[in-house]
Each structure stands twice: as structure tokens, then as C-alpha cells.
Design a protein around this ligand. Structure first.
Ligand code: PMP
Length: 292
């Protein structure tokens, strides 16, 4: 049976799940989205994701024609329709079908799309042994061009950075901001560990306020691991004891090589391992709390 995709209140077979070629989401990348996970039948950090979606939409002056509660219901229903308890959820809000001009006022009705599917970004071996990354020459959005805090349908510079990673034979790229400081990766947040303390760039340096990043920061606090939002230079990465990435699709993944430099011992370090374990425990714990 084909997977069903929810579009504007109706289900379509995956193969027939389509929107208008006049949709400004397609014509101009005019829209916002969220990547969410469900574990054991519960949407993980649902509120945080839906809030960020509404914040992104507000920033681009896009009115989402549903409430947060309604969107949550849509996700649960789409999961149930497809028989998923553990899956990845892609929520997309486009400006809607309009005319061949930029004016968003010519798009009377935004489109809302909910896709539930399975996702596996990286092989298990990378979670066990760590991954290599490179720094891309393409930078994150300048905040005066498009705030990098908006999760918009404009991912072109991230895609160009990803192509640089692939060209270099690795799976992810670190993106710097317009001032040359570390922002994040193409679809993941970046962390370094040094002398038992964890550091991650602040949102003001171009990091998306990742939901997984937030969970990891909380887990650091509850595990008595000092965590700081701090401006990072590439040099801070090269001399780190450990590095790791976080993201909804990637979850938590150790990084053991950056720009040809071996990080720490070249193996996933103890703090990364501890946080990885705590994260997987936490996603199950949340489920238990809700269902018990
Ligand atoms: N940075 C970027 C650019 C992203 O697109 C994402 C989401 N894939 C992240 C970081 C991680 O955010 P989250 O943990 O909310 O998925």
C-alpha cells in the first residue's frame, strides 16, 4: 500500500501528492517547514517544533491557516493513517498558488503539507565510529538578508555547502557565518567538547535554534556537564577533545575528523557517548511519562 500524504485536509498517495506549479513555495522558495520525529507513537518535542514553525511563518508574514493544536492532530492522524509509531514527519507551509510575480498577496491560500516517512541519513557505522566533516566555503545566511533562525524553504546555500561536503567525500559540512565564526552544519547543529565542557555557537552566530540542540543542552545540565553557548572559531574545533552534531533526522552523531584534522583520539569521546546514550534514553522516557 502506498504511503499517504496529507495536503490541505486531504490524503493523497505518495505518488500523487502534488501541489500547483504556481505555488510560490516552488517558484520562489516562499514558505517554511519543520522536520519532526515520532518515537513510540509520540511526537517528540511537538510544541517546540510547532512554535518554531509559527515563528518562522510570522517572520516571513505567512499566516498558517491552522492552530498549533490542529497541526498536532494532523500529524497524529497522518501517522495513524500510515500505521507509523516511529517515523520522521515533514510539515511544510507554502505561500500557496499565485501568479508569476513575487507579490505574496496574489497567493490567497497557503498550502499545508504533512509527510510521514522513514528517514536514515547516515549509516550506523558513523554513529559508532564518528563521521568526518569539512568546512564549506559557502556561508550561512547573513542575518540582514534572511535570518538563519527562520526555517524557510530557501536552503540553497545549505545545499551548496552539502555539495562541497559530498565533493570532499564526506557527509556534512560546517558552515561559517558572515564574520567567519562557526554557525552550524547544513542541517545539524554543531557542538565541541573541551576539558569536559560542552560549547555550541549561539543563534546570533547563525545557528538555527535546533530542537535537538535544546534537548542536548538540557541533558547536559541534568547530567552536570557544563554547557555554554559560545562563539567558536574553526581553531576551537581543531583543538577540541570531541565534536558532535545534533538534528532531528541525524539525532546525535560523533564527529571525529574536521578538515583533515583528527579530533581528540579520533574516536567518539566519553562526553559524546554519554550524551548520545542520554538522548536515546530521554526519547523513550518522554514516551513512558506520557503513556503511563
Ligand atoms: N540547522 C539546520 C540548518 C537545520 O535545518 C536543522 C534541522 N534539520 C538543524 C540545524 C537541527 O535542528 P533540529 O534539531 O530542530 O532538527
Amino acid at each position: 500500500m502506498s504511503l499517504k500524504v496529507w495536503i490541505d485536509g486531504q490524503y493523497y498517495d505518495k505518488e500523487n501528492a502534488k501541489i500547483s506549479v504556481y505555488d510560490h513555495g516552488l517558484l520562489y522558495g516562499d514558505g517554511v517547514f519543520e522536520g519532526i520525529r515520532a518515537y513510540n507513537g509520540r511526537i517528540f518535542e511537538c510544541q517546540a517544533h510547532v512554535h518554531r514553525l509559527f515563528d518562522s511563518a510570522k517572520a516571513i508574514r505567512l499566516s498558517i491557516p491552522y492552530t498549533a493544536k490542529q497541526l498536532e492532530k494532523v500529524i497524529y492522524e497522518t501517522m495513524a493513517t500510515n500505521g507509523f509509531t516511529d517515523c520522521y514527519v515533514r510539515l511544510v507551509v507554502t505561500r500557496g498558488a499565485g501568479t508569476l510575480g513575487l507579490d505574496p498577496n496574489r497567493c490567497p491560500q497557503p498550502s499545508v503539507i504533512c509527510i510521514t516517512d522513514l528517514v536514515r541519513l547516515y549509516p550506523q557505522e558513523m554513529y559508532d565510529k564518528g563521521m568526518a566533516v569539512v568546512t564549506a566555503s559557502v556561508i550561512r545566511n547573513h542575518p540582514n538578508a534572511l535570518s538563519p533562525r527562520i526555517k524557510s524553504l530557501n536552503y540553497l546555500n545549505n545545499i551548496l555547502a552539502k555539495i562541497e561536503a559530498i565533493d570532499a567525500g564526506v557527509s556534512e559540512a560546517i558552515m561559517l557565518n558572515h564574520e567567519g565564526y562557526v554557525a552550524e552544519c547544513t542541517a545539524d547543529n554543531f557542538f565541541v567538547v573541551r576539558n569536559g565542557q560542552v560549547f555550541t555557537p549561539p543563534a546570533s552566530d547563525g545557528a538555527l535554534e535546533g530542537v535537538t540542540r535544546g534537548v542536548i543542552m538540557n541533558l547536559c545540565q541534568s547530567s552536570f556537564i557544563p554547557i555554554h553557548e559560545r562563539r567558536l572559531e574553526r581553531h576551537d574545533i581543531y583543538i577540541a577533545d570531541e565534536c558532535f552534531l545534533t538534528g532531528t533526522a541525524a539525532e546525535v552523531i560523533p564527529v571525529t575528523k574536521v578538515d583533515g584534522r583528527v579530533i581528540g583520539t579520533g574516536e567518539p569521546g566519553p562526553t559524546t557517548r554519554k550524551l548520545l546514550e542520554a538522548f536515546h534514553k530521554f526519547v523513550r522516557l518522554v514516551e513512558n511519562e506520557v503513556t503511563n
